[in-house]
Design a protein around this ligand. Structure first.
Ligand code: AMP
Length: 113
């Protein structure tokens, strides 16, 4: 746990979140400001600042599979969904704890802004 990290505090249940599911490695919860009808965040329980610090390939694979599992639970497999990992300033990363957004429930535009 990293002092002052919002998502570490959510992992530790110090700050409430709308949890979808939790495994031994990660947590999936609903984004507090959804930009699509379904907007989930997939995070590792152990703090990593961003994708740049995510060196564990097995964990990275599990996070991606958790995103697909989250989409399955939200009935998005047929309609489709997007997994987004904003990394760093130019990508608009606003929380310094790795997170993958899972977005769906409407037609998503491409390219992103
Ligand atoms: P990013 O801008 O890619 O770093 O995404 C951070 C996301 O975290 C944003 O979509 C925020 O809406 C979301 N967020 C911030 N605080 C909370 C919170 N307390 N609970 C759930 N989602 C949050």
């Amino acid at each position: 746990m990293v002092e002052g990290c919002l998502f570490c505090r959510i992992v530790g249940r110090e700050i409430p979140a709308d949890e979808v599911f939790r495994t031994e490695d990660m947590l999936v919860f609903r984004d507090i400001s959804p930009v699509a009808p379904v907007h989930l965040l997939v995070i590792p329980l152990v703090h990593h600042d961003s994708l740049n610090q995510l060196e564990d390939g097995e964990l990275a694979g599990k996070l991606l599979l958790a995103a697909a599992e989250a989409a399955r639970r939200e009935n998005l497999l047929t309609s489709g969904y997007r997994v987004v990992v904003n990394t760093g300033r130019d990508a608009g990363q606003s929380v310094g704890h790795f997170h993958a957004h899972v977005l769906g429930g409407r037609a998503l535009e491409w390219p992103p802004g």
